[in-house]
Design a binder for this molecule. Structure first.
Ligand code: ME8
Length: 541
């Protein structure tokens, strides 16, 4: 262990905290998986500890109404749904450090402290507020952002948000406001100085346009008689803190806010990356940095906004109900298959339509037929020893034709390229890159037809076999190491099959020839298709 590791600021990654108004669906699984991959990647690179935060957003009108509808006590209702999100995180092998709930006592203290600080610095004032409130989005919309439509379900005329299509209700009340308008210039400076603050760039541009259009002040409390379910405004029991202000502070609560040191040094603050869905861009890319700026707190380095999973091209959503149950999906396809599918097909810029057909295609072609097939061919080969090939083959060349040279070059460059894609917060590109190299390895061994050469008693042929097996084994080992963040259990098994020592599975060993000690499988490989890395699927469609 590196002794300085513990004095370094940990890598800090967060997910949004999920509303507990309904059960999780595969859209939530996607966010979990993306954030978990980023955390595991940081650990794989091994230069500092890593912290991942997830949890549930339990206050507000939306949850209060869902509990009323279920005729359940609100806290009890939260306790029940919260467990489903936590259960999903565990089932999906999400390595979070804390599952935070906004009903946790330390969070409540952090929010009230945050409020007092904003107030102390003169950023809060009281005034009358009128506007259209969407409970579903937990946000006010100005008149220009709503329109009247006929509800297709009931035929009733209703007012909805133009942006989200969700129903809004007219609200007129006195409440507290945050001087968001005072931050317009500083926000634009932030975006200008940090073009990577919001990923992808298209969404960054959209945020800049929004802020350029102008920013009004933000209502940050509701009368307690309207919204009872929430944290009270300090020194004013008649008002409840707005659920989004409450929710955003969760990221600070984890780091131990209020900080002993003003900037939070000595903790994991600030986040290196915050993963969110594109639906909540405004809250994280405009309101959130403004809140932090108001208190002179360090800002997150990057907000990674991802696209949505759709069903028949409509956004999967709890309120609409067009959702896929992630528990069933994991039971059916296995956790690592789902993690793989989400990361391989899931969009950052563009939405993806969820489809079992593609899960099965990816499984058969890339996992079972690709990496699984390669692993069993190499590790179960009766007529060669991986161990011997590795010791012999390192640094040796076949009289390499372009095919072999290309393969070797790609292997040698792979880890740096994967790191590059992670550096631009693009695990999907990283994954595609790794899978492309595996496909090339497949071509490589097919091209040299090693199972034919092995029959040739000629000394040169026997040497060539070892060299070919060496390069194929290196591909599996390197890809196996680099794929660990995506498919932790399967890759553990693969590296065991290859006999890679547990202490040699980090980024530093992912170079070509970085480990020459492997090749003797750990444990019994088992026989038959059902014991292979990616066994045949039991059900197809
Ligand atoms: O917005 N595709 O909570 P939420 C991909 N509590 N991701 C999806 C998705 C889909 N179809 N549907 C949801 C909230 N998500 C607030 C957040 S943070 C301080 C407060 C994911 O339960 C996506 O990450 O509505 C989205 O941002 C998140 O779930 C919203 O979950």
């Amino acid at each position: 262990p590196n002794p300085s590791k513990h004095t370094l600021k940990p890598y800090y990654v967060t997910t949004p905290i999920f509303y507990v108004n309904a059960a999780p669906h595969v859209g939530h699984l996607y966010t979990f998986v993306l954030a978990d991959i980023l955390k595991r990647w940081a650990l794989l690179c091994g230069d500092r500890p890593a912290v991942m935060l997830t949890g549930t957003d339990e206050h507000g009108m939306k949850v209060q109404r869902a509990a009323q509808k279920a005729k359940t006590d609100t806290k009890l209702f939260c306790d029940q749904t919260m467990l489903q999100f936590d259960r999903l995180a565990r089932k999906a092998n999400i390595s979070y450090n804390r599952f935070i709930r906004t009903t946790d006592p330390d969070h409540k203290e952090a929010v009230q402290h945050f409020w007092r600080e904003l107030n102390h610095r003169g950023y809060i004032y009281e005034s009358k507020h009128e506007g259209w409130y969407s409970v579903s989005d937990e946000t006010f919309f100005p008149q220009s952002a709503v329109h009247l439509i006929r509800d297709p379900a009931t035929g009733r005329k209703i007012m909805v948000s133009k942006e989200t299509g969700r129903e809004v209700e007219w609200t007129s009340e006195t409440n507290y406001h945050f001087r968001l308008s005072a931050f317009r210039y500083r926000l634009l400076r932030l975006y200008d100085d940090n073009p990577g603050f919001v990923v992808p760039a298209t969404r960054m541009n959209h945020v800049i346009q929004e802020v350029k259009k102008g920013l009004g002040d933000l209502s940050i409390s509701r009368p307690a008689e309207r919204l009872t379910w929430g944290i009270r405004v300090p020194n004013d029991d008649s008002q409840t803190i707005y659920v989004w202000l409450d929710a955003l502070v969760n990221y600070l609560t984890q780091a131990g806010y209020p900080f002993a040191d003003r900037t939070g040094s000595g903790t994991e603050w600030p986040p290196d990356v915050q993963v969110i869905g594109k639906d909540i861009t405004k809250f994280h890319c405009i309101y959130w940095p403004a809140f932090l700026m108001a208190l002179n707190l360090p800002l997150p380095t990057q907000i990674l906004t991802h696209a949505h999973w759709t069903m028949n091209h409509a956004k999967m959503s709890k309120s609409t109900g067009n959702v896929v149950n992630p528990f069933f999906a994991i039971d059916r396809f296995d956790v690592d298959t789902m993690r793989f599918y989400m990361a391989y097909d899931g969009g950052i810029a563009d939405d993806t339509d969820y489809d079992n057909y593609y899960i099965i295609q990816r499984y058969k072609k890339l996992l079972q037929g690709g990496i699984g097939n390669l692993a069993s061919r190499i590790t179960r080969g009766k007529r060669w020893s991986v161990h011997e090939s590795v010791r012999y083959g390192a640094g040796q060349d076949l009289e390499m034709e372009p095919m072999g040279k290309d393969h070797r070059t790609r292997l040698a460059k792979l880890r740096a390229q994967v790191k590059h894609h992670f550096g631009s917060s693009n695990p999907r590109e990283a994954l595609h890159h790794i899978m492309d190299v595996l496909a090339l390895t497949h071509k490589f061994i097919t091209h040299y037809a090693v199972w034919r050469i092995v029959n040739d008693p000629n000394e040169k042929a026997q040497r060539d076999v070892k060299i070919i097996i060496y390069y194929a084994a290196e591909s599996l080992r390197i890809c196996g190491i680099l794929l660990q963040p995506f498919m932790p259990s399967k890759m553990e098994r693969l590296l065991d099959m290859l006999g890679v020592d547990e202490t040699r599975r980090s980024y530093g060993y992912a170079g070509l020839g970085s480990d020459l000690s492997y090749g003797i499988p750990k444990g019994d490989l088992g026989a038959g298709a059902d014991t292979s890395l990616f066994p045949p699927l039991t059900s197809e469609l």
